[in-house]
Ligand binder design. Structure first.
Ligand code: DAH
Length: 346
């Protein structure tokens, strides 16, 4: 009997050692320690043995059981530990690897230019005002001294909105310039006024390398007591110096716009040829940047500001051309083509 127990123990332990999956431990337990196992049978049969043998076999069988149980517990722990180590290895993060980078966008070059211009005027005490892109005829033309039959309306090739009044008038349009915001500002604010008015404008035109039916402008307006042409020139000269660089030469000349008197046009020395004359500047050496002037007294009066007390200057310029000049871009349509290969360069 003792011999049998010894063999049983050796067998059980050998088998236990070869197990490497936790699931198999239970069937091992049933086989060697369960109710129907050989060991349990031996323990049960002890009663029928003579006293001497009962003592020896009993002690030995109990010892074997304790040892097998002990071995089982150790094996369970060992398998559990191995399992933990394995999953830790699977989930572990290597903190020395470089992070995954996400694609990052940036502002459109036109928006960048707008922000830059607003920053320059902001530092000179100007506030930013915005107005609607769908505008009344009144603010786009009438309030700016451009009556119904005025030729300036034809020059601006307006996109009208289909909205007819009883009298058959078509008073609504897509604004053709941001000067419409100037008309609104004069009506709603009281002096002293110092604002810039950036935004989109629309002209009924076909696209080509220098035209798109939608583009960007920024207008400016200053109203106060004693404002003169000297303030206009000083302000715009400072802007040109900051935007185009210290050395860039600036030229003012007379021009005509219905809403200013006198009117002027500002040009900068050509960025391409430095004033020598080239294709970009039409051989003149100068590039026109903006229109400006002393706000017409009639425009102030219409908006409820007394031109006998206050004087004012205004200006307006196209935005899209500025980054084109700066970066030597020869087709304005590239800005609106949404081609990332182009846009990513800025
Ligand atoms: N609105 C004019 C245009 O689109 C530009 C302009 C000229 C605006 C003179 C002004 C100004 O405010 O004073 O051509």
């Amino acid at each position: 009997m003792l011999q049998k127990l010894k063999a049983l123990k050796a067998n059980a332990i050998q088998e236990l050692e070869s197990i490497d999956i936790a699931k198999e431990l239970e069937s091992w337990r049933i086989r060697y320690l369960g109710k129907k196992s050989e060991l349990t049978q031996i323990l049960r049969s002890l009663a029928s043995l003579p006293i001497e043998e009962k003592r020896a076999v009993g002690a030995c069988a109990n010892e074997v059981r304790a040892e097998l149980e002990d071995n089982l517990r150790q094996k369970e722990q060992a398998l559990q530990k191995a399992q933990l180590a394995l999953s830790a290895q699977k989930e572990s993060v290597d903190i020395t690897l470089p992070g995954r980078s996400f694609p990052r966008g940036h502002l459109h070059p036109i928006t960048q230019t707008l922000y830059e211009i607003c920053d320059i005027f902001g530092s000179m005490g100007f506030r930013v005002m915005e107005g609607p892109e769908v505008e009344w005829d009144y603010y786009n033309f009438e309030a700016l001294n451009i009556p119904e039959e005025h030729p300036a309306r034809d020059v601006m090739s307006t996109s009208w909105i289909d909205y007819e009044t009883d009298s058959g008038q078509r008073p609504m349009l897509l604004r053709t310039h941001t000067t419409s915001v100037t008309a609104r500002t004069i009506e709603t604010m009281s002096p002293p006024i110092r604002v810039v008015e950036p935004g989109r404008v629309y002209r009924y035109e076909a696209s080509d390398a220098t035209h798109t039916p939608m583009f960007h402008q920024i207008d400016g307006l200053v109203v106060d007591k004693g404002i003169t042409m000297g303030d206009l020139k000083g302000t715009l000269y400072e802007f040109a110096r900051r935007f185009f660089g210290e050395e860039r030469k600036v030229r003012f000349r007379c021009d005509y716009f219905p809403f200013v008197e006198p009117g002027a046009e500002m040009a900068i020395e050509c960025l391409n040829c430095g004033g020598e004359g080239c294709r970009l500047c039409g051989n003149s050496g100068w590039i026109e940047i903006l229109g400006a002037g002393m706000t017409h007294p009639e425009v102030l009066r219409r908006g409820g500001i007394d031109p006998e007390v206050y004087t004012s200057f205004a200006f307006g310029m196209g935005i899209d051309r500025l980054p084109m000049l700066r970066h030597n871009i020869d087709d304005i349509r590239l800005f609106y083509g949404s081609d990332l290969r182009f846009l990513k360069q800025f």
